[in-house]
Design a protein around this ligand. Structure first.
Ligand code: KG4
Ligand code: ZN
Length: 353
């Protein structure tokens, strides 16, 4: 069965096609039976929003409208399949920018109605946390997931597809936001996280002792808003010397974020008694975070899984995969309904199968 996925929640238009072998199987799927990715295409709007220093929602929606159909055509050509062979369409229903979400939902429902196939609204963060299943070595349920994107920092207990329990989250800025806001202070363009981490490679992570908020709190919550204030204060203090200290500032900022993420993830494993950790979301591409998590998990005997780098940031493959895994878990296709809605604010632990 072919499932098409459409992602349009923010500043990336992503479309992908996955294949699902048997929906009626009675056994829980084994590794080799997870859906497989046939083709995917992505358009990033970074260049479009860059002059404004952040995402402009109206421009995002307009660009999604222009990109989504050509991307879908490219995916079908790449996979050597016809639209008439698709049996279900998954789209990002939320959270995200309302106008941007409406584009993906509108196209998914129009295409679904014309092909007379069901359409499934997917939670964007569910897409992220199931993205490691796109890799050759996927995790096994249950696991703890650390979701670190531009808009969210959450620790979830994932029992199975659709069974998510929130363990802790950021009470203010997300980790990606902390990377991006600090990057901006160092003169790096939006989004900034990846470039800051590249700059950090030549810096000393101990140069500036930036705060690690809530590091020792018993709960699994995070707080990153104070970090950018400390970086700003330090930048002001440095004045004319700022330029020569950029790498040290980047390395010290990254070290503060990474230490908190690693310690809290290990605390979540300890509190849940689980020994599998899954990292997902844009910040999951961060090399220093991966190195530090690998080391820490080795020490406690836990396994850690990441999506492929290309599937850390927003993409259509994770939405197609989440749609296909939901169909697989329910062992049936949803009913056809083309009157859709989007959900710009939508807690992940409020969804079920
Ligand atoms: O998951 P994502 O693509 O979008 C949201 O759903 O928010 O995450 C984007 C975030 C941005 O804040 C970006 O700066 C950050 O992920 N990011 C990184 C890296 N690559 C992307 N942060 C740190 N290091 C990276 N290598
Ligand atoms: Zn995302």
């Amino acid at each position: 069965m072919l499932v098409l996925g459409i992602e349009s929640s923010c500043d990336e238009t992503g479309v992908a096609l996955v294949e699902l072998t048997d929906v009626t199987q009675t056994e829980v799927p084994k590794t080799s039976q997870w859906p497989t990715l046939l083709a995917q295409a992505l358009h990033s709007q970074i260049a479009l929003h860059s002059p404004y220093g952040g995402v402009v929602p109206e421009l995002a929606s307009r660009d999604h409208i222009q990109r989504v159909v050509p991307l879908a055509q490219a995916v079908m050509t790449q996979a050597k399949k016809r639209f008439s062979e698709i049996e279900a369409i998954a789209f990002t229903k939320g959270p995200g920018l309302a106008g941007a979400l409406l584009v993906g939902g509108g196209v998914a429902c129009a295409l679904g109605a014309s092909l007379d196939i069901p359409v499934i609204g997917i939670h964007h963060l569910e897409g992220h946390l199931l993205s490691p299943f796109l890799s050759k070595n996927p995790p096994s349920f249950p696991f703890v997931a650390l979701l670190v994107s531009g808009g969210h920092t959450q620790l979830m207990r994932v029992q199975s597809v659709g069974e998510y329990q929130l363990l802790g989250e950021s009470i203010d800025d997300a980790a990606g936001e902390a990377f991006d806001k600090s990057a901006k202070l160092l003169g790096i363009d939006y989004p900034g996280g990846r470039e800051l981490s590249e700059l950090a490679q030549t810096g000393n992570p101990q140069a500036y002792p930036f705060p690690r908020p809530l590091l020792h709190s018993k709960d699994l919550n995070f707080s990153f808003a104070g970090l950018k204030t400390s970086v700003l204060t330090q930048c002001k203090k440095l004045g004319a010397q700022l330029n020569s200290e950029r790498a040290n500032l980047a390395a010290s900022t990254q070290a503060a974020i990474v230490e908190v993420l690693v310690k809290k993830s290990l605390k979540a494993l300890d509190q849940t008694g689980l020994s599998t950790l899954v990292i997902a979301g844009g910040v999951g591409a961060n090399k220093a975070l991966r190195e530090s998590l690998n080391k820490a998990c080795r020490v406690v005997g836990a396994s850690v899984y990441y999506p492929e780098i290309e599937f850390c940031t927003d993409n259509g493959a994770m939405i197609a995969m989440a749609g296909a895994m939901r169909i697989q878990a329910k062992r049936e296709l949803p009913t056809k309904n083309y009157s859709f809605e989007v959900n710009p604010r939508w807690p992940l632990d409020q969804i079920n199968l």
